[in-house]
Design a protein around this ligand. Structure first.
Ligand SMILES: *[C@@H]1O[C@H](CO)[C@@H](O)[C@H](O)[C@H]1NC(C)=O
Ligand SMILES: *[C@@H]1O[C@H](CO)[C@@H](O)[C@H](O)[C@H]1NC(C)=O
Ligand SMILES: *[C@@H]1O[C@H](CO)[C@@H](O)[C@H](O)[C@H]1NC(C)=O
Ligand SMILES: *[C@@H]1O[C@H](CO)[C@@H](O)[C@H](O)[C@H]1NC(C)=O
Ligand SMILES: *[C@@H]1O[C@H](CO)[C@@H](O)[C@H](O)[C@H]1NC(C)=O
Ligand SMILES: *[C@@H]1O[C@H](CO)[C@@H](O)[C@H](O)[C@H]1NC(C)=O
Ligand SMILES: *[C@@H]1O[C@H](CO)[C@@H](O)[C@H](O)[C@H]1NC(C)=O
Ligand SMILES: *[C@@H]1O[C@H](CO)[C@@H](O)[C@H](O)[C@H]1NC(C)=O
Ligand SMILES: *[C@@H]1O[C@H](CO)[C@@H](O)[C@H](O)[C@H]1NC(C)=O
Ligand SMILES: *[C@@H]1O[C@H](CO)[C@@H](O)[C@H](O)[C@H]1NC(C)=O
Ligand SMILES: *[C@@H]1O[C@H](CO)[C@@H](O)[C@H](O)[C@H]1NC(C)=O
Ligand SMILES: *[C@@H]1O[C@H](CO)[C@@H](O)[C@H](O)[C@H]1NC(C)=O
Length: 573
């Protein structure tokens, strides 16, 4: 196929000569500086911005139709995932869009490179002065008051009128970076280095010390090794969260580390593989061991027995690119692979209010592309109940992204046996994404039970999250040689990812397709293989409001927690 970009260089000069200063029209804008940030002044004109431009994708509705067609068990095409080329054909921009946008850039002396496999993203470096001019923007420095994070963003930008319908969005512009720079929702409780470490194979005997054995017995997860070589599980890492190999495997100071202690039955050479995006790294200096990264790696390798597992370490600069840029680059990295991992676990997120609706939709469409290719994308919703990641604003409930994207599976948290909803578990309703059709029975059933309670604090028309849940409190994790107890939906997410990847292993062995985008199946028949969590609440706001768990779906524990043996039957094994 002829690259649209090459074709462009023939057309561009023709267009160039005819174009005069284009009319600009407002494209995205914020009413106010986002809460918590303050305007510090104009950005230096020579500051170079790494601008990314999303071109309008040619057939998003076709993509979504194809996604549901391969993910809905009642469809004749169930499990018949699209190839890389088929997905790219659906989202590639039209030649007109490529030509129009590149002509405008070249008219302004700019030459963009293609930044995604389908050619729907372009990248170009532009000084602030130039960006202000061509986008009618006002790039300024914003400072987050409580963390000191400084970032260059604009409260509004425009695009030429004749690019409307060709240029979807420009970033970084009106989406702000997560101010906490560590969006991972882990809560560390006291070190448990004092506990009796000699007996770790007992199941859930001590809920102050949750181990792989406990999770295996709670959810009937088999300990036998997976057999399929083409099965892959990926765990993403951001914000300089590095997964430490010694914490996972080595013996140190007469103290064995995670796998040797908790999975003595496993091959003692078991190790994760490393891939990097945006110059990411994985420094093995013990002091740099990441709590989140170690939790995610230890509970995937410790539960998804024998599944080849990759740690994807994403670099980048938090204040300039932001977490959203990292998420986008991760999605494009996965989409660039002919055989991406079939399950991806991400225990990071941010408040949806920081994300522009256009960008949220575009990134969510990237997850739809991965789903159409048979990839299960799992995300943690966060750990402050309805209060959101900044834990402060309780005037309205704060939904979290990417959990609110309807094409991902969001994993809430539980505590206790029998399990109840963990109050830390985030959940609620999107202000950007409407309720997807697969929730058309489950969510109204919950809302009718809720009645007028909390009315006005959440968006009843939005996509409800999470979709499922797993245990989320007091996980034993080795971090820099110490045994630490960790709480969070960050723990629940790798557990579900492990369950899905082990189901995939059995499906592949039986010659069947993997599970791919889970939600249409979960909300149809899959829910019957889950344990419905019916009590507890996520009242994390200061004034004690939040949602209650209930029979059926609820916005804390979703449809419930896994039962591997029931799930195996439900997928026809
Ligand atoms: C642009 O923003 C700066 C602050 O960063 C402000 O002082 C200036 O008035 C703004 N300019 C316009 C035209 O709005
Ligand atoms: C969009 O994709 C759908 C699904 O593959 C296809 O049926 C439809 O013809 C496509 N539309 C266009 C305009 O290409
Ligand atoms: C744009 O850059 C590419 C290489 O990145 C180069 O091949 C091409 O000639 C450049 N085009 C213009 C118009 O400068
Ligand atoms: C972790 O969860 C337990 C049980 O809900 C709670 O008692 C403990 O305070 C939590 N620890 C932190 C640091 O949040
Ligand atoms: C380990 O725990 C199990 C279950 O609680 C118990 O039956 C067993 O006696 C313990 N073993 C040791 C060596 O403490
Ligand atoms: C359970 O674990 C906690 C924390 O690790 C520890 O303090 C306590 O002694 C343990 N209880 C039993 C019965 O082992
Ligand atoms: C254990 O794992 C190593 C490294 O992956 C592998 O080379 C070896 O064959 C495995 N041993 C067994 C018994 O499976
Ligand atoms: C990665 O490193 C290379 C070489 O140092 C640099 O040119 C590039 O801009 C970096 N990319 C990112 C996303 O940081
Ligand atoms: C890891 O970090 C340490 C301390 O900053 C540094 O000395 C070492 O060179 C780094 N290792 C790698 C592989 O970058
Ligand atoms: C990130 O970018 C900002 C602005 O360019 C710079 O001041 C800061 O040093 C960078 N941080 C890192 C870790 O490179
Ligand atoms: C409690 O909720 C009400 C809405 O019912 C809200 O107006 C108020 O700001 C909240 N107060 C606190 C302290 O969160
Ligand atoms: C509620 O969600 C819908 C999408 O379902 C959105 O269009 C609407 O703007 C949201 N309302 C508010 C107040 O955010």
């Amino acid at each position: 196929m002829l690259s649209p970009y090459l074709v462009l260089s023939f057309f561009a000069p023709l267009v160039l000569g005819k174009t005069t200063a284009p009319n600009l029209q407002l494209h995205e804008a914020l009413d106010n500086v986002p809460a918590g940030f303050m305007l510090s002044g104009p950005a230096a004109p020579d500051t170079v911005l790494n601008i990314q431009l999303a071109l309008v994708q040619n057939n998003v509705s076709g993509l979504v139709d194809e996604l549901y067609s391969v993910s809905d068990p009642s469809s004749a095409n169930y499990g018949q995932y699209l190839s890389k080329e088929e997905v790219e054909a659906l989202v590639a921009p039209s030649l007109d869009s490529v030509t129009a946008v590149n002509s405008w850039l070249s008219l302004n002396g700019l030459n963009a490179t293609i930044a995604s496999p389908a050619g729907d993203w372009l990248a170009v470096q532009v000084p602030v002065s130039k960006a202000n001019e061509i986008l009618s923007a006002n790039y300024s420095v914003f400072t987050h008051v409580s963390t000191g994070l400084r970032t260059v963003r604009t409260l509004a930008y425009s695009i030429p009128t004749d690019l409307v319908g060709h240029l979807d969005l420009v970033r970084p512009t009106v989406s702000f970076p997560d101010p906490y720079g560590s969006t991972h929702p882990v809560a560390f409780s006291r070190p448990v280095s004092d506990i009796d470490l000699s007996n770790t194979t007992s199941s859930c005997a001590n809920l102050s010390s949750v181990t792989p054995a406990c999770i295996q017995s709670l959810y009937k997860i088999p300990s036998t090794a997976a057999t399929s070589n083409s099965n892959r599980l990926a765990v993403t890492g951001y914000v300089g969260e590095w997964a430490n190999e010694a914490d996972l495997q080595a013996s140190r100071r007469s103290c064995t580390m995670f796998l040797e202690r908790y999975r003595p039955d496993m091959n003692s050479s078991t190790m994760f593989m490393l891939e990097t995006v945006d110059n990411g790294s994985n420094n093995q200096t013990l002091a740099y061991a990441g709590g989140e990264a170690n939790l995610d790696i230890q509970y995937t390798l410790g539960l998804a027995t024998g599944v080849p597992t990759t740690f994807i370490s994403v670099g980048g600069n938090w204040s300039t690119d932001g977490f959203l840029g990292s998420l986008l680059d991760t999605a494009n990295y996965l989409l660039s692979q002919d055989s991406p991992p079939q399950v991806v676990s991400t225990s990071y997120g941010l408040d949806e209010k920081l994300v522009s609706p256009k960008f949220a939709n575009t990134l969510c469409n990237a997850y739809a592309q991965l789903g159409a290719r048979g990839v299960s994308m799992l995300f943690a919703p966060g750990d402050a109940g309805v209060a959101g990641f900044d834990h402060t604003e309780c005037t309205t409930f704060q939904p979290t992204f990417p959990s609110t994207c309807p094409y991902v599976t969001s994993v809430g948290g539980t505590v206790g046996i029998p399990e109840t909803a963990a109050s830390l578990s985030a959940g609620g309703f999107s202000n950007i994404f409407p309720r997807p059709s697969y929730q058309s029975t489950a969510v109204p059933a919950y809302l009718s039970g809720l009645g007028s309670t909390d009315s006005g604090l959440y968006n009843a028309s939005g996509r409800g999250f999470p979709d499922v849940a797993a245990y989320a409190v007091y996980y034993d994790v080795f971090i820099a040689g110490e045994l630490i107890a960790v709480n969070g939906t960050s723990a629940a997410t790798p557990v579900w990812a492990s369950v899905v990847t082990l189901l995939n292993d059995r499906l592949m062995a039986a010659g069947k397709p993997v599970l791919g985008f889970l939600n249409p199946w979960l909300y149809a028949g899959g829910a019957s293989a889950l344990t419905d969590i019916v009590s507890g609440n996520n009242r994390a706001c200061a004034n004690d409001t939040g949602f209650d768990a209930a029979v059926g779906w609820d916005p804390i524990t979703g449809l419930g927690t896994p039962d591997f043996s029931l799930l195996q039957s439900a997928v026809g094994l």
